[in-house]
Design a protein around this ligand. Sequence first.
Ligand SMILES: Nc1nc2c(ncn2[C@@H]2O[C@H](COP(=O)(O)OP(=O)(O)OP(=O)(O)O)[C@@H](O)[C@H]2O)c(=O)[nH]1
Ligand SMILES: [Mg+2]
Length: 326
Amino acid sequence: MLPRLRYYLTTGAGMEAQGGSVGAGGTSGGGAYLKGKGETQLSMDRSLMKRKISAVTKQLEEVRKLRKQQRDRHYSLGLPVVSLVGYTNAGKSTLMNALAQTVEVKVKDRLFETLDPTRRSVTLPGGRNVMLADTVGFIQRLPEQLVAGFRATLEEVVETTMILHVVDVSSPTAAQQIASVLKTLKRLPKFSPKTPQIMVYNKVDKLEGDKAAELERSLSYPDPGIVGHVQVSALKGIGFTALSKAIEDTLVSHTDFGAASMKLLIPYTDSSVYAELKAGASQVKINSEEHTSDGYLLEVTASPTAERMLSGFEVSEEDFQLISEM
Ligand SMILES: Nc1nc2c(ncn2[C@@H]2O[C@H](COP(=O)(O)OP(=O)(O)OP(=O)(O)O)[C@@H](O)[C@H]2O)c(=O)[nH]1
Ligand SMILES: [Mg+2]
């Protein structure tokens, strides 16, 4: 349904540029030269346009309702939602399909896929399940009448756990596209600028030599939400491991989503483990620490992988209290 909507949106943009105030009451309002055959044609165009706009608005409302229901269900499944946003043609849908193919898609989630192909549950290599959500590509100069409805489809971005901001780095206007997307995101009511955002520089297969590195430097944005960047090619499957890792790391270090809380006692004989955690192992966040006579007593938030690795140092709540009071 979304590509069709976009077709309407783009058509709308074109019509507006040619015709003026589409949907502003339908009066022809033109000069004398519009009288006669031309006027009939123009008012027909306008009435067609009005019908299209009302059809699109209705469809957007339906999408919004369906999404809301699905969001509620997804949240009850307890999955973090990772939204792919970006300018139109950036490669969001290609990336989402490619990611979903390389990882196992759980059978119980197939129902959602039938309902909405723009949502996929995937298991990342680190063992974490996330819900990927595709969104409609951003377009500049959207007709005013459609902006509200268009934003409605982005509503889920407001409630997203994190954002993958997909960029077509082979486009000569990549920088403007990024700026435009960041601006649109900021304008969404209730959107938190702190929502962690990974810049995904896509289509690197189209760049030659070290152009990618050069580009990356020129495209750095001082946006508070941006926590990292990864270069990928959705088409050729380049950079997926780094991307998955970036998603997992971000979920652990920038959100509270699904990360396990653990109490650890690391003996001084294993201080290299402690040193590693202190060095900022991105899959573990130290929430509190105490240097006791038995070792380092820590309360941490850990990713599923880190949780498995650290399980040998785990202590019960009771022991934690006891050691802490000694
Ligand atoms: N060379 C190359 N082409 C790509 C890559 N990723 C996507 N494309 C192409 O870019 C075009 C747009 O890809 P889509 O995935 O439809 O882009 P999108 O961001 O979903 O676009 P909208 O839905 O319009 O917002 C398609 O022709 C893709 O085949 C890539 O990594 N390399
Ligand atoms: Mg798409």
